[in-house]
Design a protein around this ligand. Structure first.
Ligand SMILES: Cc1ncc(COP(=O)(O)O)c(C=O)c1O
Length: 345
């Protein structure tokens, strides 16, 4: 029997409504490289939500590409970016940011989140031209540990960035999950006023692929398409990404899909907590990190796919369980039955 995957939120293809629109528009002739009517419509839907008249939207195929394109265009040769040590750019992008010629100032944080104090300490510690000059802050919402920022926290970070002349960039690979979770008090309109650049992740929320980069700061918009093209991110068939974001944003599918993934992850978490297990972080989103005894993990691995994260001691390890837009309630119920030892399987 094939194992059921809780590895990630991109194990399935795309939501049927996305495929329907791709199919429906398939034979229409459209201009290439993102100048098509679908990209234009998707940009309008997104800008309506972002509510910043100065913002512009650009599409790229993937998250790593979004990060390296944004940071390469933000930073001058001697400048660096501040990020949590657990940030995707620090651990899972094969040195993509460093390969653009920029150091990452990695900050140790317990929950994947940066605070104004973290940022200020890095800035204060880099005070002459023998060191890199921190010029941008990278945060993820939700973070790689499933945690989210509250509006007041984002506002405080934005103020710190402004005071220190830093650009603020928010990685939204899992933005949908963050915006719809039980702890959410941040909206797309908040991001339209609080950060300089962010991206709206499609790949992990029902799209085949694609991320929408929103640039609020007009100075950063100049020549951005050149940077996208130079870094291999400008698709001749940009319409494919445009169509997907039209489907996701024309009637709130984007938010519905993430709310479903969140609800089922939280049902998993409640069931696991009720059985007496703890968690690595307090995550309200679609990634949860329960701590299990190693022998239990070995048993669960017979039927389920998931990542082992941190070894906490000789006998316990935190694993990552991720639900997706397509996760079924029965899969969650069955996992909890297996965990409680009540499953007949
Ligand atoms: C927070 C975050 N940023 C960026 C990425 C990179 O996305 P991709 O795999 O599409 O390059 C991921 C992927 O897991 C992610 O979780």
């Amino acid at each position: 029997m094939q194992k059921y995957s809780f590895y990630n939120d991109y194990s399935e293809g795309a939501h049927p409504r996305i495929l329907e629109l791709i199919q429906k528009t398939n034979l229409a002739q459209e201009p290439g490289y993102g100048y098509d009517s679908l990209c234009r419509q998707a940009q309008e839907f997104i800008l309506e939500r972002v509510q910043n008249p100065q913002a512009q939207v650009f599409f790229v195929p993937g998250g790593t590409q979004a990060n390296l394109i944004v940071l390469a265009s933000l930073l001058r040769p001697h400048e660096s970016v501040i990020a949590a040590v657990t940030a995707h750019i620090c651990v899972h992008e094969t040195g993509a940011i460093e390969a653009t010629g920029h150091k990452i100032n990695a900050v140790v944080t317990p929950d994947g989140k940066l605070t104004p104090a973290h940022i200020q300490a890095v800035v204060d510690g880099h005070n002459d031209e023998h060191m890199v000059k921190p010029a941008a802050v990278f945060i993820s919402h939700s973070t790689e540990l499933g945690t989210v920022y509250h509006k007041a926290e984002l506002e405080a970070i934005a103020r710190t960035c402004l005071r220190n002349g830093l650009s603020l960039y928010l990685d939204g690979a899992r933005l949908a999950s963050a915006l719809t979770c039980r702890a959410a008090d941040v909206s797309l309109a908040d991001l339209g006023r609080l950060v300089d650049v962010f991206y709206i992740g499609g790949t992990k929320n029902g799209a085949l692929l694609g991320e929408a980069i929103v640039i609020n700061d007009p100075a950063l918009q100049k020549d951005f398409r050149y940077v996208i093209k130079q870094r291999g991110g400008l698709l001749a068939k940009g319409r494919l990404i445009g169509a997907q974001f039209v489907s996701l944003f024309q009637d709130d599918l984007y938010f519905e899909l993430a709310a479903s993934a969140n609800r089922l992850a939280q049902k998993l978490a409640e069931g696991i907590r009720a059985l007496g297990y703890g968690f690595l972080t307090d995550s309200p989103t679609n990634q949860i990190f329960p701590v299990f005894p190693n022998d239990l993990i070995v048993k669960l691995e017979e039927d389920y796919g998931f990542y082992r994260m941190d070894k906490l001691d000789a006998d316990h390890t935190a694993i990552r369980l991720v639900t997706s837009w397509a996760t079924k309630e029965e899969a969650v119920d069955e996992f909890l039955r297996r965990l409680s030892g009540k499953s007949g399987a």
